[in-house]
Design a protein around this ligand. Structure first.
Ligand SMILES: [Zn+2]
Length: 46
């Protein structure tokens, strides 16, 4: 399972192998851009 971290307000888009890394990247981006909302999506690998 990997996770896609995606920002609703800009082109920020990152794929990470673990939930901890993904939520960490999301928090970091939101801290850097206070008005941006980052969502994390599960990526199902067939
Ligand atoms: Zn952003």
């Amino acid at each position: 399972m990997s996770y896609q971290v995606r920002c609703d307000s800009c082109d920020f888009d990152q794929e990470l192998a673990g939930w901890v890394e993904a939520s960490s990247a999301a928090r970091k981006h939101e801290a850097e851009y206070g008005s941006h909302w980052v969502s994390i999506h599960d990526l199902q690998i067939a």
